[in-house]
Every structure is written in C-alpha cells, then in structure tokens.
Design a binder for this molecule. Structure first.
Ligand code: RIB
Length: 310
C-alpha cells in the first residue's frame, strides 16, 4: 500500500455566510434572498479539508477568534480528523468571516474579513516546527500576513519540504520570497492582478504564465475554472482540460483543486496526472452547495474517476 501523504496548511480559517440570489441589492435597497448556507471555510482550512478527504494525514496551523466561531472551528477540524493542536485562539479578536454571494450560474463573489487570521505570525510557525518538519507538503495562501507566508516558505525550503503557494486573495508579493516555493498556483483574476495581463482564454493564460516565470517562479499553475488549468515551467507549458459538470456553487473549488493536487503529487503522480485528477476533484465540488461540505470523499472521487473512463 502507498505511504499516506502528510500535508500541513499554514493558513486561514473563516466562517462562510453564503447567500444565494439572482440579483443584488442596490444602495439603500432591501430585497429578499433565495437561500442561505452557513459553513466552515477559509482558503487554508478548505485546502486542509480537501487534502484530508483525499486521504492525507493533515495538520493545520491557524488562528481563530475568541468568539462563538473560534471553538466551533477547532471542533470542525478535529471532527474531520485534522490535527488542530496548533489552531490557537487569539483573545479579543473575531474569527475570520466571509460573506459570499452566489448567483444563479453558481459563480461567487467573496468578501473576507480576516479577523484572527491576521494574528498568525512566524512565531506560530516556529511553535509548530516539530509537526511541520514531519510533513511532505506545506500549503500556503494569502489570507494570513505575507511575512508569515515568506517565513514558512523559507522553513519548507530549509527542510526540503514541498511547498505550494496559492496567492489568494491576490496581493502583490515579494516575488523573490515566493520564488523559493515549488508551485505557485493563482486563478485567472489573481494571475491578472499580479501581471497586468488579462486572462480570459488559455492563450492569454500562456502569456501570463510566461510573465510570472520571468519573476523567478519555478512552476506556475494557473487555474482557469471551466477551461481547466495551465502548467508552466521554463521547459514548456501544458494545458489541462476541465471535466464537464453542472455547477451549483463554485465556492471553494480552487481550494478543492489545491488540497487534492497536494495529495495526488505526494502519492507520486506526475504534475500533469495530479493536475488532471485535481481538476475532476474541484469540478465535483462545484456540483454541491457549500464550501467544505461540497468536497467529495476519496471514495466518491475514485468512483467518478472510474465512471468517466479515465
Ligand atoms: O476560496 C473560498 C474561500 O475564500 C471561502 O471559504 C472564504 O472563506 C474565503 O476564504
């Protein structure tokens, strides 16, 4: 039997307040929405849950607030079988929250209020060093201070641990610091903000990825929603197609992609194989409502993978 992948996430945990509606209120207007869903989210936490559902052992390093959501978030990690001894409560601040608006096509608009995520510091990474040193892969996003992201990349590098950076939400990083990561995985809007190059097609993504490589990054993966993803290195570029699905809520699909990609890679698949599988895993997550609760189990994934004859 293959060795169980070990993944750690140093990242955010939020509570998602998801509203489903056809239209959005104008200034001063009150309207009725169609549906509401409350669930655990945050790009870091979502990637941890996706990796766990895909079969990895997972540890989370995060900060939550001293409010109703903080202890509930820790409990959620524990109930999913995620090591949460380094998910600490920051006194006097709120847990990160994300009001999310989903339109009838399943597309989302997300507002993140970072709260306790802002308090995750390099000292928290040092405190978790014994756990972090034992993993194959560390996942990072941009919902925590960038200083902590850079510090963790350096840590991963010094220990020879694979490091995947998801620059979400988009902020201009110090490219010299993130270039030490093994994979840099933005979506279209993030890639666009980081390069100033529009990404509305695979061809535009190719230009954008080439530009990102000039900044010293070694492997860039641009996720392109229903157009799949693009892998770019200095040796060449490869487009990976998406799978046909009927989306109802795309919230967290990018996180499902990255969390599952980390596991498939750690299981020894090539970049292309791991990206193809991650593409189906993310696609399947969009066919259900909610963030973490929409992520398939490994069993569900394998069943669908087989059914699609891949
Ligand atoms: O990627 C989706 C996530 O973005 C949501 O869970 C929300 O909390 C924000 O972090």
């Amino acid at each position: 039997m293959a060795k169980q992948p070990k993944v750690a996430v140093v990242g955010s945990a939020n509570v998602d307040l998801i509203t489903f509606n056809d239209v959005f209120p104008r200034a001063g207007e009150t309207i009725f929405g169609k549906k509401f869903d409350l669930g655990f989210g945050g790009k870091g936490a979502n990637q941890a849950v996706a990796a766990r559902r895909c079969g990895a052992s997972v540890a989370m390093v995060a900060k939550v607030g001293s409010d109703l959501f903080g202890p509930a978030t820790i409990k959620n990690f524990e109930s999913q079988g995620i090591q949460a001894s380094h998910v600490r409560i920051a006194e006097g601040v709120s847990t990160g929250v994300a009001p999310i608006f989903v339109d009838p096509t399943g597309q989302n608009r997300i507002l993140v209020i970072k709260g306790a995520n802002e308090m995750l510091t390099p000292a928290d990474v040092d405190a978790a060093a014994p756990i972090l040193s034992a993993v194959d892969t560390i996942l990072l996003q941009f919902e925590i201070p960038l200083e902590t992201v850079y510090y963790t990349i350096k840590f991963a590098r010094s220990k020879g641990i694979r490091c995947i950076v998801n620059p979400a939400p988009a902020q201009m990083p110090e490219f010299q610091a993130v270039a030490a990561a093994d994979y840099f995985v933005p979506n279209e809007t993030e890639a666009e903000l980081l390069t100033g190059i529009h990404v509305h097609s695979v061809d535009e993504a190719r230009k954008c990825a080439a530009n990102l490589l000039t900044k010293g990054l070694s492997r860039v993966v641009i996720t392109l929603g229903d157009r799949g993803s693009l892998l770019a290195t200095n040796a060449g570029q490869e487009a990976i197609s998406a799978f046909k699905v009927t989306p109802v809520d795309t919230t967290g699909a990018g996180d499902a992609f990255i969390g599952s990609f980390a596991v498939f890679l750690a299981e020894g698949l090539t970049d292309k194989e791991a990206l193809t599988r991650a593409s189906l895993y993310a696609g399947l997550s969009t066919t259900r409502v909610g963030t973490q609760k929409s992520f398939p189990t490994r069993e569900e994934f394998e069943k669908e993978w087989k059914a699609r004859g891949i």
